[in-house]
Design a protein around this ligand. Structure first.
Ligand code: UDP
Length: 464
């Protein structure tokens, strides 16, 4: 283990610990970028496996961000499933980090860590420094988080859960709440530990959210009033305050691929392309791949379809396999990208008019920033709750399918894509409107910028 962070008293030193999965690392890295630009010295904890993903990204950040490579007993590039979360929850990094902290000439004055890493709250208490929980999910979920954990046995038995403590008393189907809660088994000591860690978030010194007030102000306000008082910092969309979108393309996609995609998009009419991607991890099974391929063909719409590579075994089982002949038949009409696509760049291209997505929170946020309407296919985790916001509350999307196991009807899928892309005027206008609100939030005097300034000021004062 080594750290070269040369912090000085005038540049307070912050330890940042993202959960090791892309959807958690990318937004926290965007936040870190701003903190470094505003004079804070950052040590960012990474795992050996994540370093290759993070290194190219760090090259577009200020040099006052230093990676500290810690051995980490997890599988950073696989989905954060049960065992993964357990690994993280049970992680025994507390003592090595405690020792590292005590070896620093200018030790960190605060920890900012992912909400999955609730045990860092115990570490912060031991070190007698504040810890801020970073939430890479909707403010709504943050405001029901401890309620669900504290009532998990009851919630599990309900078909619908009403959150009467929140503005508007929202009601959600139990099956649409994050599966993490459903996996919890009271008899399992590992899960008790994870639960304790996650609930420890409520004891954190502050909350950092990747949202903006025009999107979810009522829940943010609720958190400010009831949970973390004036230490809720709602600073999103974080992709707007991170490095330039063209640098984000370097996070795993080659510049050749970026050029190829941009050249292809440049010759497409404005708003004519539907971008299809299900986040950093998700692989569709054979029947889903076939239905989606067929739906895209029937929609007669230009497309970019991102397919994750998967393992050899997954391919044998048909996961992530593009149907034979599809690419040849549709050359000119579409691009299939196998691997990591420059998503933020794509969503900001004027040729892109729609985003068929699993509705991961970063994808949602990036679509809003791009002013692109959504074709929602929520599958798991927070995705149903996110889709509700987009489709039912904001009117910037339409559902095309629901559930990780569902197979869409390809005729219906083709029709919905085609109609949304050609006639979805209302949705498109609302998406442009929301984009403007997102930009306003991070502009001078905007709600997120005000929170960011307040955040940096509070962190800066810790160094005094
Ligand atoms: N992403 C990307 N290229 C890809 C797939 C994903 O750049 O080929 C990025 C995407 O822009 C987003 C993140 O990875 O920032 C995925 O996060 P999200 O919350 O949408 O989904 P998750 O992967 O966590 O399910």
């Amino acid at each position: 283990m080594s750290a070269t962070a040369a912090a000085t008293a005038s540049h307070p030193h912050i330890l940042v610990f993202p959960y090791p999965a892309q959807g958690h690392m990318l937004p926290l890295l965007d936040l870190t970028h701003q903190l470094a630009l505003r004079g804070l010295t950052i040590t960012i904890l990474v795992t050996p496996k994540n370093l290759p993903f993070l290194s190219p990204l760090l090259s577009s950040h200020p040099s006052s961000i230093t990676p500290l490579v810690f051995p980490f007993p997890s599988h950073p590039l696989i989905p954060p499933g049960v065992e993964h979360v357990k690994d993280v929850g049970n992680c025994k990094l507390e003592d090595p980090l405690f020792n590292w902290f005590n070896s620093q000439s200018n030790p960190p004055v605060a920890i900012i860590s992912d909400f999955f890493l609730g045990w860092t709250q115990h570490l912060a208490t031991r070190l007698q420094i504040p810890r801020l929980a970073f939430f890479s999910t909707r403010a709504f979920l943050v405001s029901v988080f401890d309620y669900i954990w504290n009532n998990v046995e009851k919630v599990k038995c309900l078909s619908e859960v009403e959150f009467g403590h929140l503005p508007g008393s929202p009601v959600f189907k139990q099956e649409h709440l994050p599966s993490l809660f459903k996996l919890y088994k009271r008899s399992d000591p590992d899960w008790e530990f994870v639960k304790d860690g996650l609930l420890a978030n409520t004891k954190s010194w502050g909350y950092v959210l990747n949202s903006f007030d025009a999107l979810e102000g009522e829940y943010v306000q609720w958190l400010k009033t009831h949970v973390a008082y004036d230490r809720v910092f709602n600073v999103g969309p974080l992709s707007l305050i991170g490095p330039d979108v063209s640098d984000r393309g370097n996070s795993g996609s080659s510049s050749d691929l970026n050029d190829q995609v941009m050249t292809w998009l440049n010759q497409c009419p404005d708003g004519s392309v539907v971008y299809v991607c299900f986040g950093s991890q998700k692989l569709l099974r054979k029947e889903q791949m076939e239905a989606l391929a067929s739906g895209l063909e029937k929609s007669d719409t230009r497309f970019i379809w991102v397919v994750k590579p998967g393992t050899t075994q997954q391919h044998v089982e048909g996961f992530g396999v593009v149907p034979d002949g599809f690419e040849q038949r549709n050359a000119g009409q579409g691009l299939v990208v196998k691997g990591w696509a420059p998503q933020a760049l794509i969503l900001n291209h004027k040729a892109v008019g729609g985003f068929l997505s699993h509705c991961g929170w970063n994808s949602v946020s990036e679509a809003i920033v791009g002013g692109v309407m959504m074709l929602a296919w929520p599958m798991e985790a927070d995705q149903f709750v996110n889709a509700r916001l987009l489709v039912d509350d904001m009117g910037v999307g339409v559902r095309v399918c629901e559930g990780a196991d569902s197979v869409p009807n390809s005729d219906e899928l083709g029709r919905v894509i085609s109609e949304a892309m050609t006639e979805g005027g209302g949705m498109k206008t609302k998406a442009k409107d929301l984009k403007e609100k997102a930009f306003a939030a991070v502009s001078h005097g905007g709600s997120s910028m005000n929170d960011l300034v307040r955040f940096v000021k509070e962190l800066g004062q810790l160094g005094r």
